[in-house]
Structures are given as structure tokens and as C-alpha cells.
Design a protein around this ligand. Structure first.
Ligand code: PLP
Length: 424
């Protein structure tokens, strides 16, 4: 047994280079504070399922309708994942085969859109995702794109502006959802706008799926034709995707996911999704999500006390976007120096940013991973102070060492995988 509490003897013997990289990563995840808003620590149970013999099996098709023999256990696993996801989100139909959040989105686009159709999504530079119409993504290559953003003054989505844009461009589909928006998304309002212009509504809840499952963010399931998500962010499952939809689209969607855009499902990942959904159905998971939001809210207010401008002046979710323009440091440099101090996060464009995406004027901070390791809202003052001290004195090597030690104290107090054994 090693620090990972798993038997990795085979990989150690056969491939020491990969073994070393895995344990290097284990140490990095343990010894630093991970504040990338889209990352988390999957449980042992999730990782065991993902590392199981299920990786050996072809299971093209869907439960009890396969194109391969020997799928009796695959049928059990996939049915469990589907039924648990339905229970968790109250969805009429679920497809758990999407390999990723991006594939889930592609699956929905291909189900209801033809190339050249018009879509309306959130601008990448205001917090949207690449697959919501960015020119470098299939979504921007195949469709006519239009974008809404956030209000320059408030940092909130302006729903009247979304309505105006929708009436102007008459999209066939509206995409609601974001990668860097810290406020509640009003899916009901998006649904009224979509209905008014005769558009499909797709809600992409990749970031907030865990919050929604726990009831700390309103659910779009009742309002949207399709709901897509990745399964590894706040939902804390394996790296993967999922699509939920109204029953009327079930057949068409399933046909697009397989055989339309994918081949054999990743059954080991689907088993891990089933495990993660079981964990997410517990009261403990709901408490965890409440703590994620509580930590984010406290961290935002501690940073604001220290003179940081948070876009929209706070957060309702697991993340926040910090505007660094009054701090005389770019997002890229902030990301670099904070990593030296032991805090890993990402530079992020802020709405109306005049710097390129490789530089940016902001950083995005999230609390899901550090909440999983056990940090509480009472620790957020210390985290905010370390961030502030690092950014203020980033050229001072002695100060950097002081901040790195403060991070080490927190990491030692909350080692990863010490408390995170989910009881079901
Ligand atoms: N949708 C949103 C809103 C996201 O934030 C992301 C990933 O960050 C995705 C989709 C894509 O997920 P994946 O990385 O699994 O393709």
C-alpha cells in the first residue's frame, strides 16, 4: 500500500515513468490548494469503478439492445447510471454515454439543428463555453452564431437584452449556461424567451450540476428541452458527459449519440458515473454543496474587503471572477505567481476585457475541490489573505516562501482523501 491507498504495483513495475507521473500528480493535488472552478476530487469508489475491468468491454447500443454479446453486466451498470441520474435530476430521459460535456453538447446540436441554423449562446469572453458558438469550436464552424453577455455595470445577465437579441436573430436554439458566471441562471426566463421566438432551449449545467442536484441552484430540467452536463466538476464524478431531455426527443438523441457521433460507450466511465450519482443522492452530498457555496461566498467577501473587484460584486455559486485591473497585475501573471505560492487557478477574461485570452485581466476562483478536502468558511479568510499577500508582493522571494508555508499548513490540516469517504 502507498499514499494512494491503492495497489499500483503493476504499473510501477511495467511503466515506472507513468507511475512517477501519477504519484507526482497525487503530490501536486495534495500539496497545493486547487482552486480551478471546474476541478474536484473524485471519490475512491468512483476511481475504482473507472479503473475496473469494464474498460475491456464493447457495448455498442443501449441497455438490453446491444450489438455485442456478453453485455449482461454492462446493462446493469448503464441502467443504474440512467435511473440514478433520473432520480437525481428528475429528468424524463437520460443518455449517460456522452464521452464529455462537449460531446453532450454536440449530441444535442446534431439532434435538432442543421448546419447553417442560427444559435444564440453566451459569449465566451463573458463566461460562456467554447461549444456555445465560439468560432474555433464545431458550434461556431457549423452554425450562424449570436451572443449575449453580461451587463457592463452589474455583471449580471440582462434578460431583456437576451430577449431583444433573440427577437432580432430568431435562433433555432438558445443555449443557457456558462463556465465563468457566478450568479443564479434564470432558466425559467430563458425558457419564456425561447418559447416567444420558437427556439429550442438547451441548458448546459456542466459547472453547476452538483449545486442543482443538491437543490442549491434552481434546476432547468422542467424548463429546457435538453440539459447537458459534464460529470466531473461540482458533480464530483468521473471525467465524462451526460444529456437529459424531454421524452419526445429521447429516440432522436440516443440515435445521434450512438451511432451518430460516438462508437462504443466507455463502460468503466459509465460505471463510475453510476457510483457518483449514488453518492450525489446522499444527504452528505447536499451538505457538501451547501459548503461549496458558503465557502465561495465567504471567499468573495474576504477578497472584496481586501480591495478586489469581483464581477457582479459576489457569487451565488461555487465560483467567482476577479477583476485585477485595479491591482496592476494581469491574469496570466497572477496565475503564475499564485501557483508558485501553492494555489492553482486559472487566468480568465473578464467581461469587456481589453487583453487577449492568453493574458487577461482576471482570474477565476472556485471552491469545489478545496471544500471536498474539508476547508470550511472559517478558512476562507486565510485563503483570501494568502492570495492578497502573494499578489501584492509577487516579486519578493522571501514573501513567496512565507505564503507557500501558509498554504502548506492548510494542506497538511486537510489532506486529500482523508475525509472524503462517502457513506451511502
Ligand atoms: N460546458 C461548460 C459550461 C463547460 O464549462 C465545459 C467545460 O469546462 C464544457 C461544457 C465541456 O466539458 P468537457 O471538458 O467535458 O468537454
Amino acid at each position: 500500500m502507498n499514499r494512494f491507498d491503492c495497489d499500483y504495483e503493476a504499473i510501477k513495475r511495467i511503466d515506472p515513468e507513468v507511475y512517477d507521473a501519477i504519484f507526482g500528480e497525487f503530490a501536486r493535488e495534495n500539496d497545493k490548494l486547487l482552486m480551478i472552478a471546474s476541478e474536484n476530487y473524485a471519490s475512491y469508489a468512483v476511481m475504482e469503478a473507472q479503473g475496473s475491468v469494464l474498460t475491456n468491454k464493447y457495448a455498442e447500443g443501449y441497455p438490453y439492445k446491444r450489438y455485442y454479446g456478453g453485455c449482461q453486466y454492462m446493462d446493469i451498470v448503464e441502467s443504474l447510471a440512467i435511473e440514478r441520474a433520473k432520480e437525481l435530476f428528475g429528468a424524463e430521459h437520460v443518455n449517460v454515454q456522452a464521452h464529455s460535456g462537449s460531446s453532450a453538447n454536440m449530441g444535442v446540436f446534431f439532434t435538432v439543428l442543421k448546419p447553417g441554423d442560427t444559435i444564440l449562446g453566451m459569449d465566451l469572453r463573458h463566461g460562456g463555453h467554447l461549444t456555445h458558438g465560439a468560432s474555433v469550436s464545431f458550434s461556431g464552424m457549423l452554425y450562424k452564431t449570436n451572443f449575449y453577455g453580461v451587463d457592463k455595470e452589474t455583471g449580471y445577465i440582462d434578460y431583456e437584452e437576451v430577449r431583444r437579441l433573440a427577437q432580432e436573430c430568431k435562433p433555432r436554439m438558445i443555449v443557457a449556461g456558462a463556465s465563468a458566471y457566478s450568479r443564479i441562471i434564470n432558466f425559467e426566463e430563458f425558457s419564456s424567451i425561447a418559447k416567444e421566438v420558437g427556439a429550442f432551449l438547451m441548458a448546459d449545467i456542466a459547472h453547476i450540476a452538483g449545486l442543482i442536484a443538491a437543490g442549491v441552484h434552481p434546476s432547468p430540467v422542467k424548463y429546457a428541452d435538453f440539459v447537458t452536463t459534464s460529470t466531473h466538476k461540482t458533480l464530483r464524478g468521473p471525467r465524462g458527459g451526460m444529456v437529459m431531455c424531454k421524452g419526445e426527443y429521447a429516440k432522436a438523441l440516443d440515435k445521434i449519440i450512438f451511432p451518430g457521433i460516438q462508437g462504443g460507450p466507455l463502460m468503466h466511465v459509465i460505471a463510475a458515473k453510476a457510483v457518483a450519482f449514488k453518492e450525489a443522492l446522499t444527504a452528505e452530498f447536499n451538505d457538501y454543496q451547501r459548503n461549496v457555496v458558503k465557502n465561495a461566498s465567504r471567499l468573495a467577501s474576504e477578497l472584496m474587503k481586501r480591495g478586489y473587484k469581483i464581477i457582479s460584486d459576489g457569487t451565488d455559486t461555487h465560483l467567482m471572477l476577479v477583476d485585477l485591473r485595479n491591482k496592476n497585475i494581469t491574469g496570466a501573471l497572477a496565475e503564475q505567481v499564485l501557483d508558485l505560492a501553492g494555489i492553482t487557478l486559472n487566468k480568465n477574461s473578464i467581461p469587456y476585457d481589453d487583453k487577449p485570452a492568453t493574458v487577461t485581466s482576471g482570474i477565476r476562483l472556485g471552491t469545489p475541490a478545496m471544500t471536498t478536502r474539508g476547508l470550511m468558511d472559517s478558512d476562507m479568510e486565510e485563503v483570501a489573505d494568502i492570495i492578497d499577500s502573494t499578489l501584492k508582493n509577487h516579486t519578493d522571494a522571501g514573501n513567496m516562501e512565507t505564503q507557500r508555508r501558509r498554504v502548506e499548513v492548510l494542506c497538511n490540516k486537510y489532506p486529500i482523501y482523508s475525509t472524503h469517504v462517502v457513506k451511502v
